[in-house]
Design a protein around this ligand. Sequence first.
Ligand code: AMP
Length: 111
Amino acid sequence: MAECIFCKIVAKELPSRLVYEDDDIIAFNDLNARAPLHVLVVPRRHVERLSDLDDAALAGKLALAAARIARDAGHGDNFRLVVNNGAGAGQSVFHLHFHVLGGRQFTWPPG
Ligand code: AMP
């Protein structure tokens, strides 16, 4: 998608602080971190939102990468995984991403 900022990050046309990449996904630090650890785990291919994803293997890779990133950052026992699905749920970038947040106390319910 030509105008998608995460597609541009995937294509390395925009800079990012890369945490992990493989053939299917990349992970990079959120520009506006909401916690000491705040990484976005993103499929390379453009999928607008989780409710459009029909690939169980890719969903599993995203989730396992998120858990591994939290563990490698020292937050394996306490981290939060967030997917904002749709504008009404707070999604602002319409390329699927899992937020991995760690390193502070979280409250429930989220805002
Ligand atoms: P969401 O609101 O769930 O769609 O989350 C989008 C996230 O992308 C926000 O937390 C933004 O801070 C983050 N973000 C937007 N642009 C960039 C960028 N160029 N590099 C890293 N993170 C970004």
